[in-house]
Ligand binder design. Structure first.
Ligand SMILES: [Cu+2]
Length: 579
């Protein structure tokens, strides 16, 4: 069983236990004896079963089980200790067990709330608030049901409730060291003074564009979605003038995967101010990395990219040889882009398909009709890629795969989530059952270039209640905090930095560090066993633990965030900062 399914199973069992205890309590209060005893039996079994799931999660990693071991387990034991013996005594009046059963219900539900609302890391504050809730709810239920506990018991419960509430609240709302992200990091501007050899202008404006045969409202660069394909050759100095005609939320251009100097990175509030309607900003950088990249706005990035402010950036090592096609996949107003393209290709011609996922969720790509190799991922060539046949690839949000093959005499077709997007003729192949390539085991290995790490950071991805803003929100969190309260990761130039990224939530988080490619070391404790993988976008699935590393060689203040841009907007953004 994967850790991801264990997380789901544990949650389902916890909900079942809480519901059964509460239902049992209500049934006994209503003197419905068989129902009460039945539900109590289910609750007992579910509570005991959690011992198994919590132990298994703790073995997978403390991050997955911390609050369950420290808060849920003691509360579950209290539930068993209070309700169990009274049930075993088989009381003549079933109503006598109503309050103990309700107590068990409150104990298990409050622990569940800690997992759902706070998650990792476990805190004394959350534990105490849970205890306060249990004590208060039990006292109220007792009174409502006319149970007459001794004065001592009643007073003790009240004291516990008030003390736990006060201490818990104090610990929870005490201001932490909320880091400020300086807008001006004071580093010298690394602007390239050389004369540009490639010049482009991108004008952002609202537009009506065609998406799958229907006119839809969009935000577009130069009136088109995607924006113009920007191409350069290694060694070019690229200059891009960005103008904003009427995008009220502001616009910037972020060069996704292109490790430009920090002041060219296009992150509003961090590397530049957002470009407002009527304003412009000029980007300039040297094209020294060949490969497949893309660009997109980083201002109100979730809505901005979704509405169409993105395009392809391809840097080639030299003149184009053979057929070289970029396929940027996007969902615009619910319609899949690009429109299907069919072109005849001469047999024997070398073909490179540059697959780009510009959406916020993973897409599945399948190339039918030919053997192919994955020549590059995220713009970086793989070492010793072997031919693949009838194999699909999953590309995370923001990710790129270059597939290469020599055109066969018969047609080939590229399917994205089952839809033919690019083909050289009719192909009717069912690709849905194909196995999926695991890039961690593909290609020829090479030694990791570092044997020790100067800095190590752990990022635990989860959801949690964020009360720090004007309105409470159910945020996507890193180490229990949401942007802008996540402490920056401080490194020094030259440091070898390791990230451990843990996903204890129920959804995929495509991780994206700006300004650097990271080398994948391991996933779920298993060392990467294929070609070195230098990624800028990778899916951390529920229950997964990724170990990645990089050399801090690009000074500045860099966004480090989930590339499901709705998640990034809802808190899952932090910063890597050079001291
Ligand atoms: Cu995410």
């Amino acid at each position: 069983m994967t850790t991801g399914s264990l997380l789901v199973a544990d949650l389902v069992i916890a909900v079942l236990a809480a519901a059964a205890w509460l239902g049992g309590g209500a049934a006994s209060a209503a003197r419905r004896r068989p129902l009460a005893l039945g539900l109590a039996a289910v609750a007992l079994l579910a509570t005991l079963a959690r011992a198994i799931t919590i132990t298994a999660l703790a073995r997978a990693g403390w991050w997955f089980a911390a609050e369950k071991v420290l808060i849920a387990a003691p509360l579950s034991l209290a539930a068993l200790g209070v309700a169990g013996p009274r049930l075993l005594r088989a009381p003549g009046d079933i109503r006598a067990v109503a309050v103990p059963l309700l107590f068990a219900g409150y104990a298990t539900s409050s622990a569940l709330l800690v997992t759902i609302l706070q998650g990792y890391p476990a805190s004394a504050g959350a534990g105490l608030l849970a205890v306060a809730g249990v004590a208060a709810a039990t006292v109220i239920s007792g009174r409502a049901l006319g149970a007459r506990p001794s004065r001592t018991v009643s007073r003790a419960a009240l004291v516990v409730a008030v003390a736990a509430l006060l201490t818990g609240t104090g610990l929870t709302v005490a201001p932490g060291a909320a880091p400020a992200v300086p807008h001006d990091h004071g580093l010298p501007a690394a602007r390239i003074a050389d004369e540009p050899t490639r010049r482009f202008t991108l004008t952002a404006a609202t537009a009506t564009v065609d998406a799958g045969g229907r006119n839809v409202a969009a935000w577009a660069f130069n009136g088109q979605v995607p924006g113009p394909e920007l191409t350069a050759t290694v060694g070019d100095v690229v200059e891009v003038t960005l103008r904003n005609r009427d995008i009220g939320r502001g616009v910037t251009v972020h060069w996704h995967g292109y490790d430009v100097p920090n002041d060219q990175d296009g992150v509003p509030g961090v590397t530049q101010a957002a470009v407002r309607p009527g304003q412009e900003f000029v980007y300039r950088f040297r094209a020294d990395q060949a490969g497949t990249y893309w660009y997109h706005t980083h201002s109100a990035s979730d809505v901005g990219v979704r509405m169409g402010l993105y395009g392809v950036l391809v840097v080639r090592p030299g003149p184009v040889t053979g057929l070289d096609v970029a396929v940027p996949v996007h969902t615009l107003a619910g319609r899949p882009l690009p429109a299907p393209k069919v072109e005849k290709v001469e047999a024997g011609l070398p073909v490179r398909l540059r697959l780009i996922n510009t959406d916020s969720t993973t897409h599945r790509y399948a190339l039918a009709g030919t053997a192919f190799r994955v020549a590059a991922i995220d713009g970086v060539d793989l070492r010793g890629p072997t031919p693949l046949v009838d194999t699909a690839v999953l590309i995370p949000a923001g990710g790129r795969y270059d597939l290469v093959f020599d055109a066969p005499a018969t047609p080939v077709a590229l399917f994205v989530d089952g839809r033919a997007v690019y083909s050289t003729g009719p192909v009717s192949t069912a690709t849905g059952a194909w196995p999926v390539l695991d890039p961690l085991g593909y290609g020829a290995t090479a030694a990791v270039p570092w044997s020790r790490f100067d800095k190590t950071f752990t990022l635990v991805l989860d959801r949690g209640l964020d009360l720090r803003g004007l309105l409470p929100r159910y945020a996507h969190t890193v180490n229990g905090k949401a942007d802008p309260d996540i402490p920056p990761q401080v490194v020094r130039r030259g440091d070898v930095v390791r990230f451990t990224i843990v996903n204890r939530s129920q959804i995929v988080h495509p991780w994206h560090l700006h300004g650097h490619h990271v080398l994948v070391l391991a996933r779920d404790g298993e060392l990467a066993a294929g070609s070195p993988l230098w990624l800028d976008s990778f899916d951390v699935r529920p229950g997964e633990v990724w170990e990645v590393a990089f050399r801090a060689d690009n000074p500045g203040m860099w966004a480090n965030h989930c590339h499901n841009l709705a998640h990034a907007d809802a808190g899952m953004t932090l910063h890597l900062m050079y001291s």
